[in-house]
Design a protein around this ligand. Structure first.
Ligand SMILES: [Mn+2]
Length: 488
């Protein structure tokens, strides 16, 4: 990092950092976690330009980038962010990015209590401040920021981050090479208690379950084995959504964001499905690292309530993008059914206009790993000595399988029965753990459809009944019949 004197003059202009921070510090005796859900005392104590460990793989340091990379507009939205974390976010961008790549830093103050939190920062060169006249939420605030951005590439950043060494070049390089790529850094962890900067695993990607709950998950083993170069991008089914880089014309072409979504949550699914299904791709770049303070609760309020807002937003994503698979979202989130989610006709029109692929394509090509184990279910089935028809040679790689053929209507009848038999714990497991395979995906191993009481294919299995630990729902793509398969 450059010496402090130069920093003040060249990067910070006439901005009076000390006055900015002192005006809003924790008062003695106040709970340091109350207002921001992280330890404010520790954040204030740190200062605005601490050194952090370079958490990249050592081979990242020798990567080369084009000398004529285009510049980017950094868009940071916030609502009542702590001054010390907000300033550290802005300052880390100025300190750890090549100046020529930063066109501007656009702060969108989403109607914070104190307009000065944002306004005073606009004394820093390149920093602009826009304030919403009412609470709009992350989604509409980002769209406002994007609409005013003057660079060809957009970089969305959260308001309590610290960017790491050379974080920006890998992302801009990838987007420059192919403008349909949407790229994310590896998001390192800044401790909410002591603000220690901790390296996140480089083997993770974004995933989710049927309730549209985001989670980090291991890269599938085959992909991991095929990775010989740790600096290579990681394909990801979804992005976490807080931090990513995207070409501005691609962002606009794909319909920006669904601006009928409120405050926070679900917008990352909508964007991720849209990018993949409408001709783009998502990746995580292991040579780009950004630290983020992960919190256990939202310190701000949702005008309509946290849970309700999340359901409304995810329901909009499911209704517009998930086709027939949305029924599994509803089965995982029964409370979403009947909740108001606004009009979706504009987003459906957009999807048609962009000629986007069906969700089934996404399931088969982008996220075929979406499946879960059914511990409770299988234990329960054994406890009740439920007998089904066995197809012992169904699939070589899963050994013995139990298959129940049924129509979807019958499935809807069957599932509540199983739930009643197996209790609430089982219901929860079922709700979040339904998996899909298509007949095509099974290829040669597909047995002919049979009735639930039909005879087994091949000779009776010689062994005692296996212990079940998988449960698949397999929708037929071409006819309304479905079957359930339970494998050991
Ligand atoms: Mn955050």
């Amino acid at each position: 990092d450059p010496p402090r004197v130069d920093l003040q003059g060249q990067l910070m202009g006439g901005f009076d950092e000390k006055a900015y921070l002192v005006a809003k510090q924790l008062k003695p005796g106040d709970d340091p976690y109350r207002e921001h859900a992280f330890n404010l005392q520790e954040s204030d104590r740190l200062g605005s330009e601490r050194a952090i460990r370079d958490t990249r793989h050592y081979r990242c340091a020798s990567l080369n980038f084009d000398t004529d990379l285009p510049s980017t507009s950094i868009i940071i939205t916030f609502h009542n962010e702590a001054r010390s974390t907000l300033l550290r976010t802005v300052k880390s961008v100025l300190m750890r990015s090549p100046p020529s790549l930063i066109q501007e830093i656009i702060l969108i103050d989403d109607f914070s209590s104190d307009p000065d939190d944002c306004q005073l920062l606009s004394q820093i060169p390149k920093v602009r401040c826009l304030r919403n006249g009412r609470r709009e939420g992350l989604i509409r605030s980002r769209v406002r920021g994007a609409n005013t951005a003057s660079a060809a590439i957009l970089t969305f950043l959260d308001s309590h981050c610290e960017v790491n060494a050379d974080w920006l070049q890998p992302m801009i390089q990838r987007v420059k090479e192919d403008h349909t790529r949407v790229v994310s850094p590896i998001i390192d962890v800044i401790s909410l208690d002591n603000f220690a900067y901790l390296a996140a695993s480089a083997d993770l990607r974004g995933g989710f379950d049927w309730s549209l709950h985001f989670k980090w998950e291991q890269i599938p083993i085959e992909q991991k084995m095929a990775r010989s170069d740790p600096t290579q991008p990681i394909r990801t089914p979804v992005i976490a959504g807080g931090i990513f880089v995207m070409d501005k014309s691609w962002f606009n072409h794909l319909g920006q964001y669904d601006t009928h979504m409120d405050i926070w949550g679900g917008e990352n699914f909508e964007l991720s499905f849209r990018v993949w299904m409408c001709g783009g791709s998502l990746e995580i770049l292991p040579c780009s690292r950004v630290g983020h303070v992960f919190r256990k609760r939202h310190p701000y309020d949702f005008p309509e309530g946290n849970a309700l807002t999340y359901i409304k937003n995810t329901r909009r994503a499911a209704e517009v993008w998930m086709d027939e698979y949305k029924q599994y979202y509803y089965s995982a989130r029964p409370s979403a059914q009947g909740k108001a989610f606004g009009r979706s006709v504009h987003r459906l029109t957009l999807r048609r206009k962009l000629n986007c692929k069906p969700f089934r394509w996404y399931m088969e090509n982008v996220y075929p790993e979406l499946r879960y184990k059914f511990k409770y279910l299988t234990q329960c089935l054994q406890n009740h000595s439920l007998s089904f028809t066995f197809y012992p040679d169904f699939a070589q790689n899963v050994q013995t399988c139990l298959i129940i053929f049924t129509t979807f209507t019958f499935l809807l009848l069957l599932l509540p029965v199983l739930r009643t038999l197996c209790g609430q714990k089982y219901v929860d497991t079922l709700n979040s753990s339904v998996s899909f395979l298509t007949i095509e995906a099974l290829g040669e191993r597909r047995p002919p459809p049979r009735l639930i009481s039909g005879p087994p294919r091949g000779p009776p299995h010689p062994r005692s009944p296996p212990k079940f630990n998988h449960f698949f729902l397999i929708p037929f793509p071409t006819n309304p019949e479905n079957f359930i398969q339970i494998c050991p």
